[in-house]
Design a protein around this ligand. Structure first.
Ligand code: CLF
Ligand code: SF4
Length: 422
């Protein structure tokens, strides 16, 4: 049986065993991994450059190309969607951030999403796609974050050609155009690429082939990025999207594309199976299933507004929500059901805090908070007068929301559940 997996000899010397293993199961990096799925989380709406072929204004359910998504997610929503998708899709190996803008122009959101999903599933492979403008700034952080696969789109190494492809470049608060802008971008792309490959990150370089603009110089791009340590190039045909400067550009034929890839394969490994997928693509490369998960976040929100929810209340008096979470020796558990509040029972617990105003995270408290969570794990909401950051974070991790308030118990439950719904 023939195998399309990557042989050990194909890896650059500084690639770790972990990265090699992740590469061999990555459907974009290894054609032999085509049965594995990837999920794009569209958490990066903004971009810091303007490519003449880019149109992110479309929110088309039927269009499939980079930059298109039917939604933009917050990191928390990305995690919630990941939880649903990973339950339903076998062999989900990779979570990628490929826009709809640029992963690094939305760094905080990109980073947070990775951190949240990794906490949920430490085995997942993370993959970023970027125009490379901010790579020199973030390359070290990317490495620290444990991202092993980065795609940089480098269409040219000639600023004159770059000036024809990029309308502007927004860099550190200034907008640059023409050759000046292209020069900054190209320098940063190459510098950032080298910074990553030197630290053992598997880098793929995407090149958009634009007839009459950059096609003749693509082999030079491939040679340079190879020298800088790129593992593979992915030469893709321009999609002349409506409403863009390049909308009337001639199409690159399959014959022309294959010939270019073949020519460049003398220098560097080529990708032949790219699907130029959406920023919210999900599934195997061959079969996008993103449409199945389009309403996941809406459904989760609806669920959160659940008609029925159990609420744990910290109360000193039994009438008011007037106790710090950490000082509670018991929780009063209520059932909220379609606007009605009914007392169920009192549940005793060992209080989390010994009396200090703020809850800290000392070792002995970790055990206590776990026991408290166990005692109220069927509740979706905790109401208390105050709560420390650590218990709040831990409860949320267990899908228990928290609200701080001082009110009568019934009013508090009604307004908190309605607030959750909103
Ligand atoms: Fe996504 Fe890109 Fe990672 Fe793959 S896609 S960020 S490397 S996980 Fe893959 Fe889609 Fe082609 Fe990209 S088929 S467009 S190459
Ligand atoms: Fe669009 Fe990507 Fe270019 Fe930004 S880098 S303008 S998102 S194609």
């Amino acid at each position: 049986m023939s195998c399309n997996c990557i042989g050990n000899s194909e890896f650059p010397e500084n690639i770790s065993e972990e990265t090699k293993a992740k590469t061999q199961t990555h459907p974009c990096y290894s054609a032999g991994a085509h049965d594995n799925a990837r999920m794009h989380i569209p958490v990066a709406p903004m971009c810091n450059i303007s490519c003449n072929y880019c149109n992110r204004k479309f929110d088309c359910l039927h269009e499939s190309r980079p930059g298109v998504t039917s939604e933009v997610l917050t990191p928390q929503e990305a995690l919630e969607k990941f939880e649903v998708v990973s339950e339903k899709i076998d062999n989900l190996k990779v979570v990628g951030i490929a826009g709809p803008g640029d992963a690094l122009a939305n760094w905080e959101s990109t980073k947070k999403s990775i951190e949240l999903i990794r906490e949920k599933d430490p085995t997942v492979t993370f993959c970023l796609s970027t125009n490379g403008l901010m790579l020199p700034e973030y390359a070290d952080e990317i490495v620290k974050l444990g991202v092993h696969h980065v795609t940089v789109t480098i269409n040219t190494i000639d600023p004159e050609i770059g000036a024809k492809i990029y309308a502007h470049v927004l860099y550190k608060g200034t907008r640059y155009t023409g050759v000046e802008g292209a020069k900054i971008l190209l320098e940063n792309q190459l510098k950032g690429l080298e910074m990553l490959t030197k630290q053992g990150v598997m880098c793929k370089v995407n090149i958009v082939m634009v007839k009459g603009v950059n096609e003749d110089t693509i082999p030079d791009v491939v040679k340079i990025v190879k020298e800088l340590g790129a593992f593979m190039t992915n030469i893709m045909p321009l999609i002349p999207a409506e409403g863009t400067v390049f909308q009337n550009m001639k199409l690159v034929s399959n014959v022309e594309l294959t010939a270019m890839r073949k020519k460049c394969s003398i220098d560097l490994k080529q990708m032949y199976h790219c699907k130029q997928c959406r920023a919210d693509a999900i599934g195997k490369l061959e079969q996008d299933r993103s449409y199945e998960f389009r309403n996941v976040i809406k459904d989760i929100k609806l669920e959160k507004t659940a008609k029925k929810i159990k609420v744990a209340v910290a109360s000193k008096t039994g009438d008011l929500i007037d106790l710090h979470f950490g000082h509670a020796k018991n929780f009063l558990v209520y059932q909220y059901d379609s606007g009605k509040v009914e007392f169920l029972e009192k549940r005793d617990i060992e209080n989390y805090c010994s009396g200090k105003e703020e809850c800290g995270i000392e070792e002995d408290k970790i055990d206590k908070i776990d026991k408290i969570i166990d005692a109220i794990k069927d509740c979706g909401l905790v109401l208390s007068m105050r709560i420390g950051e650590e218990p709040k974070r831990k409860l949320l991790k267990n899908n228990i929301e928290t609200v701080e308030m001082y009110d009568s118990i019934e009013n508090g439950i009604l307004s908190a559940v309605e607030g959750l719904a909103e």
